[in-house]
Every structure is written in C-alpha cells, then in structure tokens.
Design a protein around this ligand. Structure first.
Ligand code: BES
Ligand code: MN
Ligand code: MN
Length: 454
C-alpha cells in the first residue's frame, strides 16, 4: 500500500521537495537571511498540508526554527523528528553540471544542493508521516523540529532546547541526516563523531613585503603555517596534540570483528576518489578510521597573492581553517584548549599566532537494544529486504548529544544518504530509489514503533 502511495504521489512529492530546494537557505551567508525565513515558511506550509495540526515558526537567537505537531492523544507515546533546512554554500559553482538551486532529475538522481543534506532526507520523514495520517495509521504523537543552523554548528539550538523542554518532550527522537554504507548494505547509524573547529592566523612582518627585498631574510608566514600544520600528524598517522587520545575509548574486539565482517570494497572506494593509496592512522582499517577513530583535517588555507598571474610578495599573514573529528568521550572543550596551547607552542618567534575556536560538538553512540532501534531495523528490513547493519559514521550532528543531555532522550539515526551523494560538494544528489525506500522505511518504523514501544 505504501509503495503504491509513493508511486502515485511521486510527481507531487518532487514538486514539493523542489520548492524547498529552490530557496537557497545557506545559513552561513548573512545575505541569505530572508531566504532562511522563506524556507522555514515553506516548510511550515508543507508540514501543515502533510497533516500536522499545528505548525509555527519559532524565533531563536539566530535563524528561526520550525515546530510542528500532531497530537493524537496526550497519553500516547511521542516521536520527535529533527531535521535541518539550512544547507552548505554551493560554491564552487562552475563544477556543478546543473544549477545547485534548480533541481534536476538525471539518471534516476535528484541533483541539487540539499537534495540529500538535509532537505531530501527530512522530506522523507514528512512524506512517511503524511502517508500514515492520510491512511489513519498513526497511533502516536509526532512532533517536528527543523532548525536553520545545523551547518554552522547549531549555535542557538542548545538554549532553545533548554527553554522549550516540555514542548519538545518525547519518547524517542528520530533523525534522517546520515548515510548508509552503500545501496546494497542498508545500515542504521549507531554513532556520530564529535567535532572541534578553529581558524588560525599566522602573522609575520607587519605588512606585505617585496619578496626581492626581504625574501630569505624574513620568515614567510605561509611557509611557517605549512610547517606547523605538517606537524599535526605524525608518521604513524596519529594526531600529535598532547593528550589528544587520553579519553578515546578503544574499540571492543566485538565491534572490531563486526566492522571487519562488513563486505567493504576498498579498491572501489579508492578508485571512486581517484587516489592510488589511502592514508590514515596505523593499525586501523578504513572504516574504523573514518567512523570510530579521531582525525585532524585542514579544511582551507589561504594567504598572500592568489590572483591572476604572478606577484612577487612576501605576505604578512597566512590563515587556515582546521578541524578535528572526535569520538565519544573526547570533550571538545578540552581538545579546544589542548589544540590552542599546542599550536601556539609550535610557533617560532618569527611569527605571531592567533587561534580562534569556531564551534564544537560532542559525539554520540546509540545503543542497539532500544525498542525504537528495533522498530527502525524493521523499517529498513521491510523497505530494503534485508536487516540493516549497525555502523558508526564519521560525520557530526552536534545537537544529538545535546538532545540526550538536555531533553534526556536518545536519537535513532535512520539516514538514507550515501557517501557518493556528494553532500557539501558540487553535484550533490539523492538517488530516487533511496528516496522512495526511505519513505517506506520510515512509515514502517512508525508502525513497528506502536507494536514494540509500550
Ligand atoms: N548530515 C551531516 C552529518 C552527517 C553526514 C553525519 C553523513 C553522518 C553521515 C550534517 O549536516 C553535517 O554536515 N554536519 C557537519 C557538522 C557541523 C558542526 C558543521 C559535519 O559533519 O561536518
Ligand atoms: Mn545534515
Ligand atoms: Mn551537512
């Protein structure tokens, strides 16, 4: 019945999703404030037409949130669905085959910024809900909370949670904003990495210099910055910040065995990225490295002359955006301090260094013995025809740990993305078959939830 419903309504579903995607809700762009509000308003309309009995735009210290609910019975259980309507910037635009905010279906995929992360995925939640409402199958309350600041680290959401605890009361939180191992390996996400993110500024001479007059005699801040960054990872692939691994929980032999049993095609992984060799922490497999072990990355680096042609200059300043992915138990506040102290200590006297902490978030682990987790397994089983694997993923959704701390509730991560969906990258996309299976899996989750969660 659900499959017929999805097939019969697909043109409308796509038009609705496209209406969200066409609004460039880039949260980091201060020129997009009115688009953020427009996107929140569009979500409100779509949730109302999907069957909620109340929907509101709620202001926050930053971009507004959308809250909606359908209360069947105040005594009944409640599922709180979280998603985010903001997206990452689409740049570099020239690498897109079709315009990022003009969704296009090609070869069975929707191509657009937000097609997966997280407009496509949260829309899956809305349409599963719509199916249940229209067929009178919903036996528990459903609440939706959609934020507009996930991609900038959810700076306003924690205080919003504190202020709205009873509004957001629930028995479980459900999120579609993660990825599966592959199309043939449906998987439920049982863990997320934490994150800490900084901008660093290295200043050499007090103004840009002629590199003929000064080159060779004065430290070049770009070279110094490169040297400092190169020291962050040692020859064994380990992060060199003192104390960095102190709170890292070693994987249990059982979890390692489970990961080793995943039929993961490392050659295909490598080839899809066009790299001849993979690189990471010694002693760990690729899946362990990208999901259960911490990592250090440079996300951007700039300084000096980058315009057309050549300019002989010894720049005054160099900058980088750097981040660490953390595992559960590593505290991003502690790491933030350790990094700051260590990075300063690496600086030679020839430069001054400033470290600015931009945002942080804790990791998360989901136990696999929760009744709601079993309901999610059943949802995947019905839609994909096989039991989902339980895997941790390397991405971060910092608010999930706050949900646990502030609202006292665990989150089930029913994500339908793929690494090949190119989230945050040019040509982000969502395969239509996963979009359909996602709606089916979530609808079946709700049905199983009523049976399993008493
Ligand atoms: N949806 C992603 C997180 C994600 C993707 C988790 C795939 C697991 C698998 C989310 O929108 C995201 O991109 N989060 C940011 C963190 C944030 C603080 C900027 C991230 O992981 O970089
Ligand atoms: Mn996301
Ligand atoms: Mn994202």
């Amino acid at each position: 019945m659900i499959r017929t419903y999805i097939a019969d309504n697909e043109p409308r579903f796509l038009e609705e999703l496209f209406s969200l995607i066409r609004i460039p809700s880039v949260s980091s762009d201060s020129n997009r404030k009115s688009d953020m509000l427009r996107c929140a308003e569009r979500w409100k309309e779509l949730l109302l037409s999907a069957g909620v009995d109340r929907a509101e735009i709620m202001p926050s210290a930053g971009h507004p949130l959308v809250y909606a609910e359908k209360i069947i019975d105040p005594q009944a259980k409640t599922v709180l669905i979280y998603g985010h309507y903001d997206v990452m910037p689409a740049e570099p635009l020239e690498l897109w085959k079709s315009a990022p905010f003009e969704p296009e279906v090609r070869d069975g995929h929707i191509f657009a910024r937000g097609a997966d992360d997280d407009k496509g995925q949260s829309f899956i939640q809305a349409k599963a809900f719509e199916f249940l409402v229209r067929h009178n199958l919903l036996r528990h309350n459903v609440k939706f909370i959609l934020e507009g600041e996930e991609e900038i680290g959810s700076p306003s959401l924690e205080s919003f949670l504190e202020a709205n605890k009873s509004l957001l009361q629930s028995d479980i939180i459900l999120v579609s904003d993660t990825s599966m191992l592959s199309k043939d390996l449906p998987s439920l996400t049982t863990g997320l990495r934490g994150i800490a993110y900084w901008e660093v500024e290295v200043t050499g001479p007090n103004h840009d210099l002629h590199s003929g007059h000064f080159g060779g005699a004065v430290a070049n801040p770009i070279i110094v910055l490169s040297e400092m960054l190169a020291k962050m990872i040692d020859e064994r692939g380990r992060v060199t910040i003192p104390g960095f691994y102190d709170d890292v929980e070693e994987l249990s032999p059982e979890e390692r065995a489970m990961i080793a049993s995943i039929p993961f095609d490392e050659d295909a992984y490598r080839k899809a990225l066009d790299v001849e060799e993979l690189r990471g922490e010694e002693g760990y497999s690729t899946i362990e490295r990208n999901s259960c072990r911490p990592a250090f990355d440079v996300c951007g680096i700039w300084g000096g002359y980058t315009g057309e042609g050549a300019k002989t200059v010894l720049p005054s300043k160099a900058f980088a955006k750097v981040s660490t992915r953390l595992v559960p138990h590593q505290d991003y506040n502690k790491i933030a301090q350790q990094f700051c102290d260590y990075f300063q200590s690496l600086a030679p006297k020839s430069v001054k260094v400033e470290v600015r902490f931009l945002h942080g978030g804790h990791g998360y682990v989901c136990p696999i013995d929760l009744p709601a987790y079993r309901a999610a397994e059943r949802g995947f089983e019905k839609a994909f025809g096989r039991r989902p694997l339980a895997v941790r993923r390397g991405g971060s959704i910092p608010i999930i740990a706050d949900f646990e701390r502030v609202l006292g509730q665990k989150t089930i991560l029913m994500g339908f993305g793929l690494e090949s969906n190119a989230i945050h990258s040019p040509n982000e996309n969502m395969p239509l078959d996963l979009f359909r299976k996602g709606i089916e899996a979530v609808a079946e989750f709700h049905i199983a939830f009523d049976e399993l969660v008493k």
